[in-house]
Design a protein around this ligand. Structure first.
Ligand code: NAP
Length: 487
């Protein structure tokens, strides 16, 4: 007996759109995608800062089933990526299923009926058999704890809350933070702003990569022959580099990460002329401990005469600008806080209550986690895409979400077949996973000594600590022994 299941998908970003497409592919139409904002695109909607680019090659940053001939360059910019997701959602018929301005505020599971009640914007409730949580990782801005921020006379804002009224042309701009975001903003502003101060608390590893535009002829060729796109998406050299990279993350004494470090340091040496600046930009921790910055132009831009990198400690923000501990005042008109995100929030602050009144806050009291990065004991029929402990690094999270969907889909199959009403991992499987994961995570490069959003509050890397291939293998087929199916 097959059963028509009711689904709620939380979030109309890359993973939520994927889930919608996959359900439609199976002929399942009883689902709603709840999106808190008024447009789709997730991170590519929220981030609108100048210079926004994806550091995964554009043709590799697509759904495997939706190649795209129209990319303008090897690495795509944010607006083009957002256009892509809008096009895919339209082409695959997902749009009618998205409800905008519909923020999920609660999810409550009733064991007797195996039903989730999903609270929307505090005003409405929707019932579902299955919740697909595709709410993203990097969407809660982390504001820096700098005294006096509110006193700044100019415009100060987080990079993911871009203030369009801020004047950037011909003005003095300060950028706090030099992760991928801060580096990209800097490269976009050197030709516009009069003066830029980059406040750098830790130097970054910069991986030099090529950037180039595709010609009209190339796009025409891509349209005619998808094999040309596949040749880029599945390029052996590109994938070998990813596998070398993930091997380097898990095998920190091996040659792979050392090679990456040598390559980056050689590029630093060749690119940065001023020895003092070179010293400032030389990392003092292992490469990839923080997310590597892939850039084709950061070193060019940081050497422009209108850029100053201040590696000193910030004392406070004053109405006129940023006062350093050494007494220097950087007078500024605009202050951009590229200070990252609270990566431990996920779907929270929504209240999620599973079986026996167990809350997500309780389950994650020590750290956010999920069995195989997808499911949680006591939270039946609750599946996370790009949830805690999934792989992170310089590769496409679309591929990660697609692999996770394969796994989730097989778990749901038993519910579709009517053989069970609820599925969740056993506590034993979860405990065993987490014990092994933590032990392995501490040995990865992420745990080698640096600050980064990859670490949880206790300093344990929050990500998948095994190889990329191990993840793909784990997602290929669930081990049903690890699961409890309730009839
Ligand atoms: P991030 O990597 O977490 O970097 C935050 C930066 O802010 C760091 O330089 C940090 O310094 C600094 N910072 C934080 N608090 C500070 C304070 N109180 N005073 C001074 N400096 C402070 O954040 P992000 O650059 O926004 O990037 C987050 C993630 O978004 C990336 O790792 C990546 O996964 C994703 N992203 C991807 C792309 C892409 O191209 N695919 C582009 C942008 C972002 P410390 O290093 O010393 O902590």
């Amino acid at each position: 007996m097959s059963k028509e299941l009711r689904y709620v998908i939380i979030g109309a970003g890359m993973a939520g759109i994927l889930a919608g497409i996959k359900l439609l592919e199976r002929g399942e139409k009883n689902f709603t995608i709840l999106e808190k904002a008024s447009a789709l695109g997730g991170t590519w909607r929220e981030n609108r800062y100048p210079g926004l680019t994806c550091d995964v090659p554009a043709h590799a940053y697509t759904y495997s089933f939706a190649p795209y001939a129209e990319w303008k360059s090897y690495y795509a910019n944010g607006p083009d990526i957002r256009d892509y997701f809008e096009k895919v959602a339209a082409d695959f018929g997902v749009n009618p299923y998205i409800r905008y301005n519909a923020e999920v505020t609660s999810c409550d599971f009733d064991e007797a009926t195996a039903t989730w009640t999903v609270g929307v914007s505090g005003t409405e409730e929707i019932e579902a058999d299955i919740v697909i949580c595709a709410s993203g990782v990097l969407h809660h801005p982390k504001m820096p704890d700098i005294p006096g921020l509110d006193s700044f006379a100019g415009k100060a804002f987080h990079s993911a809350r871009w203030d369009d009224s801020a004047v950037l042309d011909g003005t003095r701009v300060g950028i706090v933070g030099c992760g991928s975001t801060g580096a990209q903003i800097l490269t976009a502003l050197t030709g516009r702003s009069k003066q830029i101060v980059h406040f750098q608390r830790s130097p970054q590893w910069i991986m030099p990569v090529p950037q180039f535009d595709y010609t009209d002829e190339e796009r025409e060729a891509f349209r005619k022959d998808v094999k040309l796109i596949d040749a880029i998406r599945y390029n052996k050299e590109y994938w070998d580099a990813i596998l070398r990279f993930t091997d380097g993350i898990t095998n920190i004494d091996g040659p792979q990460m050392k090679e990456i470090e040598d390559y980056c340091l050689q590029n630093l040496e060749n690119s940065i002329k001023d020895p003092e600046l070179r010293k400032k930009l030389t990392p003092n921790y292992r490469a990839a401990c923080k997310r590597l910055i892939y850039s084709w132009c950061y070193y060019d831009h940081v050497q422009k005469p209108n850029v100053y990198v201040d590696t000193g400690a910030i004392e406070r923000v004053e109405p006129a600008g940023v006062r350093m501990k050494d007494g220097t005042l950087h007078e500024l008109d605009v202050l951009v806080l590229a200070t990252g995100f609270r990566a431990d929030r996920f779907i929270r602050p929504a209240s999620v209550i599973g079986r026996n009144g167990k809350s997500l806050d309780d389950a994650w009291a020590v750290r956010p986690t999920a069995f195989n990065a997808v499911t949680l004991p006591d939270f039946p029929n609750f599946f996370m895409l790009n949830g805690p402990t999934g792989p992170v690094g310089n590769f496409s999270l679309i591929d990660i979400a697609e692999a996770q969907w394969k796994y989730v889909d097989q778990l749901i199959d038993r519910l579709r077949a009517g053989n069970a009403r609820a599925v969740e991992p056993t506590h034993e499987a979860m405990a065993d996973y987490e014990e092994k994961r933590i032990a392995a995570a501490k040995k990865t490069i992420f745990g080698s000594g640096c600050t980064s959003w990859y670490l949880d509050d206790t300093g344990v890397p929050a990500s998948w600590p095994w190889s990329y291939q191990a993840f793909v293998d784990a997602m290929a087929k669930p081990d049903f022994e690890d699961y409890r199916f309730a009839a």
